[in-house]
Design a protein around this ligand. Sequence first.
Ligand code: NAG
Ligand code: NAG
Ligand code: NAG
Ligand code: NAG
Ligand code: NAG
Ligand code: NAG
Ligand code: CA
Length: 575
Amino acid sequence: MLERATFFLFVLLHTLVQVQGQYELCKSLLTTDEGSVWEQHACQPKAQSMKEFMRIRVEPPGITCGNPPERFCTLENPYLCSDECDASNPDLAHPPQLMQDRERGGLVTYWQTQTWRRYPEPLLANITLSWNKSLELTDDIEITFEYGRPTAMALEKSLDYGHTWQPYQFYADDCLDMFGMAPQRARDLTASNATRVICTELYSRWVGAKGDKVVRFEGRTRFAIFAGHRLRDMDSLRARFESNKGLRDFFTFTDLRLRLLKPALGGTYVQRDNLLKYFYAISNIEVPARCKCNLHASQCVLMDGTLQCVCEHNTTGQDCQRCKKGFKAKIWKAGSYLPTPIGTPNTCAQAGTSSGSNCECHGHSNRCSFIDYLNIVTCVSCKHNTRGQNCQHCRMGFYRNSSVELDDESVCVECGCNQMGSLHDRCNDTGFCQCKEGTTGIKCDECLPGYYWKQGCQPNVCDEELLMCQNGGTCHQNQRCICPHEFKGVLCQHSRCEDGKKCIHGDHNGASVPALSLALLVLCPLLTLLLGSAVLRPETVPVFLPPSHTSTHTCDGALAITLLCTLKEPRTSWT
Ligand SMILES: *[C@@H]1O[C@H](CO)[C@@H](O)[C@H](O)[C@H]1NC(C)=O
Ligand SMILES: *[C@@H]1O[C@H](CO)[C@@H](O)[C@H](O)[C@H]1NC(C)=O
Ligand SMILES: *[C@@H]1O[C@H](CO)[C@@H](O)[C@H](O)[C@H]1NC(C)=O
Ligand SMILES: *[C@@H]1O[C@H](CO)[C@@H](O)[C@H](O)[C@H]1NC(C)=O
Ligand SMILES: *[C@@H]1O[C@H](CO)[C@@H](O)[C@H](O)[C@H]1NC(C)=O
Ligand SMILES: *[C@@H]1O[C@H](CO)[C@@H](O)[C@H](O)[C@H]1NC(C)=O
Ligand SMILES: [Ca+2]
């Protein structure tokens, strides 16, 4: 039923479009069996003459003629210099507002500058036109000059209320000489270079005082590149606007500036003997445009002296560039011309409703908030240890279990990094913690070879391979060697007898050390030979191993001998 209603609406709109013009309705009441609902459409205000809304500033400040009063001549008849400009006399004054007034009864009114008395100093003037509102050009800008069009001028535009400016078009009787640009005509532009800033010679040559007075910025000619002859196919142009933001921006501005660089010369060189015939005079500036309302308004009105879109679709702002308070469930979007002919409204959705909202939190939150200056909608209070704009990330100290869906309650698993063994409590996407030196394992709770665990991994003091306890010492949990009574040092490498006297069990047994040493000197190799060759049973082998390998089950006698031998034999014999 709704589908049929939509179809009827479509037909109805087509009819309306033909009667009213396209995109003029922001909404229409749609009656279905279920009742009446508002159907929203992309919409835009009508094009209008923007000259009455523009604020004009001329520079330099004293450039307007008449203060003090002065005479001026004309190019056509330079010796008839009876005309006078006097700012204090309303009949003889030529203030800037005469560029935007409504002329009545065929009386041409114009702004006029001082004459070029200071030649050869250039005669320069800027005219800045400000709307304090983004506008979209809909036709040609036309500037009407009285007493001849300038020999050189430039048109600039600003998109940001006059903070930055960019050239829009250059005008000169000799583009190459004046601006270093080859002369071009707007009608030679094609789709590939429709937004090219050109210099044109069409409007700067002397054509006589009765000739063409108008200087144009050819908006229409550029539209015709896409919309065809007489702009018959505007849909095609609008489709281009949708796909090419640069094209649309090219026709958008908040301010325009005319830089008058050289006045009309009457088709010849500057005649120094009569400089009173050189000046600028503008009688009218036409700027046909529409308020830029991002396709969210069909009306644009003057409020507090500034143009303002009358925003629909629950949008707000001067250009309907934001969603209204309470309608920020989804990201603001400009309306679209597509699909033709009614476009898409891209209405702002009420916060807290899920219909049409993109408050996507993967089931970890049901609340979103709009961050104005980033223009994003973000989930708030993500649960289940999630975080992020869409609760799509895991909180610090958790990682994603890749074997479950993002909306699973247990999607984020605690890292559980060992506090002693890891650098911090965060882990990477596969759950690996970042370990301190000597530590390993997913959670950093294990030690690498060469380390032992004691509030984290500490480097071994002793072990069975490289850091062996010597002289019969035993390694206790890799932390220290337990040395025999006679030895000391970290690896029991130092003998307690310093000077070679009173070693081994002290002096109470009566045997002198040299005598014992002599006996051992004979006994040891003998014993070694004997045990090494004759007794090869495994139990005895440890006897000939380094002392740290000597196990307790070896007979005490053998141990004693070994110890004695250790004392006398060079260590290298065992290594
Ligand atoms: C006109 O404006 C331009 C900036 O766009 C500036 O550089 C120049 O000095 C101004 N000229 C006059 C006469 O104020
Ligand atoms: C320009 O428009 C804004 C928004 O409407 C307004 O707040 C501001 O006062 C206007 N500025 C001028 C100079 O009119
Ligand atoms: C634009 O492109 C056309 C051909 O595609 C070329 O003839 C014309 O000179 C170009 N105009 C400018 C200003 O580059
Ligand atoms: C918001 O838009 C809806 C249509 O989506 C409309 O019915 C409602 O009146 C609008 N509310 C406001 C405050 O503009
Ligand atoms: C990830 O999820 C699967 C399926 O629920 C579960 O079997 C597995 O234990 C989880 N992994 C971790 C590290 O929690
Ligand atoms: C996590 O760290 C481990 C160990 O450093 C590494 O093997 C793994 O590739 C890392 N995973 C990711 C997703 O970075
Ligand atoms: Ca006028």
